[in-house]
Design a protein. Structure first.
Length: 344
C-alpha cells in the first residue's frame, strides 16, 4: 500500500508555492488544502515507514514555524494545512497503536493552524483548530500540548472574555508545570500577567513577569526547537511588561520599555517587532504624541501587511482612528493614507 507521495511533497512545498504564486502548481496545492476530500488516504507499509513519515513531518513543522516568524501566516498557513491533510489521511489507515503518534503530531500542527488563523484575523477557525488540538492531545495523553492549548485558549479569551477567564485558563495551563519546558512556563506566566493587568492587579502582573524571566528562552533561530514558548525571550517578556503597563493606564512607563525591548528582540521575530510597534504607537497616542504615534504605526504597517497579519493591521487601524482628529499633521496624514490604501 504506497504512501501518497504527492500529498506529502505538496505539504512541504505548499508555503513556497503560495509565497511565489507559481500559477497552476499553487492552484493545485490550495485545491487539495481547501477540499481535503481530494487528498487520497495516506497509507504506510510498516511501523518503520510510518516513523520515517512522522519524523519528516516533525522536521517540516520546525521549518514552518520559522517561516511564520520570518514572514507571517500568509507564507506558513498553506504548508500547515497541507501537512494536516497528510496527517488526517494517515488517521484513516493506521491501527490503534500507530494512531497515537499520528494524533500527537496532529495536535502540534492543529495548534499551529489555530495560531496562523488567529494572526490572519479568523478567530472562529482559530478556536476550532485549538479545540481539535486539545482533543488530539487528550487522546495522545500529551500533557505538554494540553497545557499549551490551555495557554492558547487564554490568549483567545482576551478578545472578548473576562479577565477572570483569561487568568483562570492561564493558571489551569500551568497546573502541573513541573512537566513543562522552561519556555512554556515563561510564556504561560506572561499570559497570566496580562490577565492580571486586565483585572487592574498591577502588583501581581509585575511579579509574574519578574518570575517569567527565570525561564526565559534564549532563541534566535525562531524554529521552536526548544519547545513551545521558544519565542518567550527576555525581550518578549519586557515587551509584554510594557503591554501590561499600557493596559493598566501607565503609557509613560510603557514607552521606555518598548524602546529598549524592541531593539534587543532577535531579528527572526519580525512579526513580534511589528506587534510591539503597534502597541508602542498606542502608548504614544495615550501620552499625547500624535506624530510619534503615526510614525511608529506606519513603520509597523508594511511588515504586518506583507505577512498577512490582519491582527496587527487591525491594531494599527485602531491607532489611525484615534489619530483622525490630528490628520492635519503630516505624519498622521501619511499613516491615514497608507491605511486607506490598505483598505482599498
Amino acid at each position: 500500500m504506497p504512501l501518497n507521495r504527492r500529498a506529502l511533497l505538496h505539504g512541504g512545498l505548499a508555503a513556497l508555492l503560495e509565497a511565489f504564486a507559481l500559477d497552476g502548481l499553487a492552484d493545485t496545492v490550495l485545491d487539495v488544502t481547501r477540499h481535503p476530500g481530494l487528498t487520497d488516504r495516506v497509507t504506510v507499509r510498516s511501523t518503520a515507514h510510518l516513523g520515517e513519515v512522522l519524523a519528516r513531518l516533525r522536521e517540516q513543522w520546525h521549518a514552518l514555524v520559522k517561516t511564520d516568524n520570518l514572514l507571517g501566516p500568509r507564507f506558513a498557513l498553506a504548508g500547515v494545512r497541507n501537512q494536516l491533510s497528510v496527517l488526517q489521511g494517515l488517521l484513516w489507515t493506521t491501527d490503534d497503536v500507530q494512531r497515537v503518534g499520528v494524533v500527537q503530531l496532529g495536535a502540534q500542527y492543529a495548534e499551529s493552524a489555530a495560531w496562523l488563523y488567529e494572526d490572519s484575523g479568523d478567530l472562529g477557525r482559530a478556536r476550532q483548530w485549538t479545540l481539535q488540538a486539545m482533543e488530539w492531545a487528550y487522546e495522545a495523553d500529551d500533557q505538554k500540548m494540553l497545557a499549551w492549548t490551555g495557554y492558547r485558549r487564554s490568549q483567545q479569551a482576551t478578545a472578548g472574555g473576562t479577565a477572570a477567564e483569561v487568568i483562570g485558563l492561564a493558571r489551569a495551563a500551568r497546573r502541573d508545570e513541573e512537566r513543562l519546558s522552561s519556555p512554556t512556563r515563561a510564556a504561560i506566566r506572561v499570559q497570566e500577567a496580562y490577565g492580571r493587568a486586565l483585572a487592574s492587579d498591577q502588583v501581581e502582573a509585575q511579579r509574574l513577569l519578574d518570575e517569567a524571566h527565570q525561564w526565559a528562552a534564549d532563541d534566535s533561530d525562531g524554529d521552536a526547537r526548544g519547545g513551545h514558548g521558544s519565542f518567550c525571550t527576555e525581550s518578549y517578556i519586557e515587551i509584554n511588561r510594557a503591554n501590561c503597563w499600557l493596559t493598566l493606564g501607565h503609557a509613560d512607563k510603557a514607552l521606555g520599555i518598548y524602546d529598549s525591548a524592541v531593539r534587543t528582540l532577535p531579528s527572526v521575530y519580525q512579526r513580534d517587532r511589528a506587534a510591539a510597534l503597534a502597541w508602542m504607537a498606542r502608548a504614544y497616542v495615550q501620552t499625547g504624541q500624535p506624530e510619534a504615534a503615526a510614525a511608529t504605526a506606519r513603520a509597523a504597517l508594511p511588515v504586518a501587511r506583507d505577512a498577512g497579519s490582519q491582527r496587527i493591521v487591525s491594531q494599527i487601524g485602531q491607532v489611525g482612528a484615534r489619530l483622525e482628529p490630528q490628520k492635519g499633521l503630516a505624519p498622521v496624514a501619511a499613516l491615514l493614507a497608507d491605511l486607506d490604501q490598505e483598505a482599498a
